[in-house]
Design a protein around this ligand. Sequence first.
Ligand SMILES: *Cc1c(COP(=O)(O)O)cnc(C)c1O
Length: 435
Amino acid sequence: MQVQDISRERSAQLFDKAKSYFPGGVNSPVRAFKSVYGTPLFIERGDKAHLWDADGNEFIDYCCSWGPLILGHNNPQIREAVQAQLGKGLSFGAPTRLENELAELILSNNSYIEKIRFVSSGTEAVMSAIRLARGYTKRDKIIKFEGCYHGHSDSLLVKAGSGLVTFGETSSAGVPQAFADETIVIALNDKAAVQQAFADFSGQIAAIIIEGVPANNGLLIQDREYIHFLREITQQQGALLIFDEVITGFRLGFEGAAHYYGIRPDILTYGKIIGGGMPVGAYGASTEIMSHISPDGGVYQAGTLSGNPIAMAAGIAALSILSQPGFYETLAETTASFVQHIRTFIAEQGLEVKVFTIGSIFWFAFTTSENIQRADQIDPASMEKYKIMHRELLNRGIYFGPSGYEVGFISAAHTSEDIDATLKAIKESLLIACS
Ligand SMILES: *Cc1c(COP(=O)(O)O)cnc(C)c1O
């Protein structure tokens, strides 16, 4: 069933202006809609699961600001907490009671970290965790996986070279090769590659870093046994295991992927959900490991706006809701039923598309493969179909992330009416994309 293209007149005008101010017209690259049709939509406001753009189009949102909005837009408790704090000043550069409160809320409900440090983004959290791992182990090299994203710090903007285990190649201009030489990039879900890396660089590897569940380049759900293997081999080799839980933290459960897999990483990083929609990141570890951070220890890390009171207030309000019993179970049930409906439809129609899911995260892959666990198993040509689906969805009032490599999120604000409307739109859009 064909529907009309939505009007993007105002958005297009704003985008033209924006291009004269910002590189590519945006302040973060994927927002530019380079991988999908049309100009990016300029958003006016959001409420619950809904978004409105500058042309007055309304959408049900599954991007959720790339993950942070697990409670939807304009959540009343978060809004009130922020408003209550607003009249008291925006920043002091001195400690506040609110930092204690958010830390208490997290640490008393998380058995994987004993001390935490707040920063202002996921990138900063991961960058600091890497420095901590290097300072703690007195080793320089780290292992990262092709298909995992850890923010844009230098040592992590690195992609796999050729061969099973190689030094990385920089994936951004401006990253010195000398930095990339300290990062070993290997394929996911491949035990032999990890063993080989430890054999080739014996005594030099400070840490393995992996996303709790790789969800920045498709949804690459790893075998549970493989995650446990990473824990064992790092322990044997005197290296640390860093779980980058910037997406999975407070998403797969209050205790994130660590609890989901039942393993104890050495350092965990958080972002996105932790600030309730405000810019907050954090890293945490045992008291012993965290004692190496300044001013207690020799690993330097600081931030003018770290622990910002407004951001802390938003985080406290959000996490208070998330820590209530049953929150994640309900969200996972909603998501499972949503995905099941789509899978049934796909099977009935015999479409070449799969939906992968974990917790309240989902991802559409236009593939015939039963399983996708590594970055190189994603066919770039299949992204053409996502592009079509994305446009059809927008035309039917459904907002997905503007790239087929991005996952979707379900929030607690998505109602059954929202879900039903979305299912109808997805079915129609899939038929068009797969035709
Ligand atoms: C988003 C993300 C980051 C970077 O966080 P920013 O707040 O965008 O700097 C790091 N790691 C993972 C796993 C992420 O999803």
